[in-house]
Design a protein around this ligand. Sequence first.
Ligand code: MTE
Ligand code: MO
Length: 356
Amino acid sequence: MPEIRRPPIVGRYTQEELALASRNSGMPLEALRYDVTPAGLHYLLIHFDIPAADAASWRLRIEGLVSTPRAYGVAELQRMPARTLRVTMECAGNGRAQTSPRYPSMPWLEEGVSTAEWTGVPLLVLLNAVKVKSSVKEIVFHGADRGIDRGIEHTFSRSLVPQEALREDVLVAYAMNGQPLLPQHGAPLRLVVPGWYGMASVKWLERIEAIDHAFEGVQQSGSYHFRSLQGEKGVPCTRMRVNSLMAPPGIPDYYGRRRTVDAGPVEIFGRAWSGDAPVRKVEFAVDGQWQDAVLDAPVGEHAWRRWTARWGAQRGAHELRCRATDEAGATQPLEPPRDVTGFGNNAAQRVEVMVR
Ligand SMILES: Nc1nc2c(c(=O)[nH]1)N[C@H]1C(S)=C(S)[C@@H](COP(=O)(O)O)O[C@H]1N2
Ligand SMILES: [Mo]
């Protein structure tokens, strides 16, 4: 894959970033109050256009290096034993807009994360039915959406190694929060890969292909790599780094979003997640003084965990922050990790508050 990248931006936002931000809405942080994000508040990331899709005639083909290739209709999948999983999904580019210089792409501040209940057929069941050959190195998932990025025309396609694809919790989903998938979330079928950044969960899934080599598609080998230096091959983005957010307290300023809070006791709440290991600890800081937050019971193996903290708000300007640590020992950094395309920014959130 040739290294064709857009030059970085310092300063004001561009018309192109604004257009991306308008198409791809984030989850408003007050929606951190819900264990399961209502479908209309779930963040969105759509690279090209939402393809026209008719559930009645949609076919999911499973082919390539398999003994018995076949195709499934949606109704047929719906008649198979179903599994429902509560899954926190975060865009790998979440937090990109807080880095400078920033990469010209979707300018997420921090709202590219949500949790949904996905219902579908375990991918494992479908792969076992077609008998994947032993020479297979990767399973490729092709979406129906097509476009051009950095001069290369392609469909949105991603791959997984068999070891990941055959995990029991990877779903071919047809429902979200108990309703048929909405067009913007991949109707009528999408992949859901719990624990991974969102790009692995291919929407508008129409073809699954078993291959005996590494998939070189644009969205696989060209994008979604951590790179600290321009031009390097980098490390593929896979599981979500440990991260957390708080719902900003008080009331916002309409234009600047700055917060105003009344002096006195304030209950702060938020959510913490990690695709690598369960969340072990969340800390909350007022003006750099860290204290342990209280963790609620987990609400699902793949779902974010609610936390709370008490704050005795005193008059004046304050900076609130939170950071999580997972069972693997990873803690969120205080400053964004260096990444040329702005992936994986899990730096501890900052919320500026004026207490009156
Ligand atoms: N076919 C297809 N699948 C896709 C995408 C896409 O543009 N096309 N975007 C991916 C990315 S980058 C993310 S973060 C998630 C977002 O899923 P959501 O819009 O349902 O929240 O979908 C992934 N699956
Ligand atoms: Mo994403």
